[in-house]
Design a protein around this ligand. Sequence first.
Ligand code: HMG
Length: 380
Amino acid sequence: MKIGIHKMSFYVPKFYLDINTLAHARGIDPLKYTNGLLTHKMSVAPFNQDIVTLAANATLNYLTKEDIKAIDLILFTTESGIDYSKSAATHLISILGLRNDVRALEMKQACYATTAALYFAKGHILQHPESKVLVIASDIAKYGLNSSGEPTQGAGAVSMIVSREPNIMVLEDQYGIHSEDIYDFWRPDGLDYAQVDGKFSNEMYKKFFLKTFDNYKMQTKHTLDDFAALTFHIPYPKIGLRSLELVADKANNPSLFENFYTSISYNKYIGNIYTGSLFLSIIALLEQGNLKAGERIGMFGYGSGAVAEFFSAKLVEGYKAHLNKELHEKQLSNRTELDMEKYAVYLTRKVTNDTVLEDDLDVKVQLKSITDYKRNYQNN
Ligand code: HMG
């Protein structure tokens, strides 16, 4: 049975900070960010957007009545959780009008969790071929003001439907996995901002990429020629480029480099969206690139702590017709730029209990209030 990604879309909040504004405010050469990290803008979430609303808005970009009838499993991946007990997935049952006999849960292993969710979704569909699985990655990435990770923040969600006979790509069966107990990036209980050992995290990312790619190649006997593109978890685009350079060179594999640059064309204007970053780059590659049906894409999922997986998928005939290119481009070009003062407010201030937020007709789903520590969402 062919199982894979049937629908995919993303949603980012309406605010962004230009990376040049940040560089000037911090007294840093802007080229360090634009050339050194290959990043240009970072999405910033307003108070009325949290991981649930980002996820709901991404899913509403494509959700149909037929999808709702078939979805019997929601896997919500995040590392910006809002409750220790109630999963963010349960909110989507009411917001999206999903079935009540749906399994709804939240999964965590830093940015890797979405790759694992696809694997579990595939296993579920093997047992229940008629079902569709909603896999949603949603995060708000914050390192804090004046931190070393500040230029690598972001916010957004990627929503996907996994099914048999998918319209976009078929997930292949082989994968390479590597896991180790390390502290490269972590956010302990009680801290609002991630802790990070930046240089070590970069070393680990590249080491895990080589290990999982080698493991995958050993099983499949594939070489670079078997891939139309290699895509990466993108905490910031430069690390993907540096990783690609470890296994390929521009002179011999020009198309892998061309496709890599296409794959980062959304990430560099959004920043790190943690669990969704790899899938955001796949959406960009498919929407902005020229890959053909039957071609293979390699994907590297990495989540600090750390677990990584290299896996692959093949594109389905007619996949372009099932993307949301215009909607995504419009969303990116309609955003509002923030100055440093407003950015600092949105980054540092939290929505607390007993707060009521104003109606925001710019968004379909918003956080409306928190009362008795219950979050109330509104479908505008
Ligand atoms: P840093 O110390 O500010 O920067 O940290 P740097 O000194 O390493 O320089 C960065 C690049 O800019 C280098 O390029 C410099 O040469 C260049 P490279 O040599 O690597 O190609 N540069 C310049 N280029 C042009 N003009 C200049 C200039 N100056 C320097 N004037 C770091 C950067 C990314 C470490 C920091 O921002 C950070 O800690 N970020 C957060 C951690 C992170 O993203 N780690 C990535 C791997 S871990 C991961 O992916 C998991 C994660 O997503 C979490 C999860 O799994 O949930 C984070």
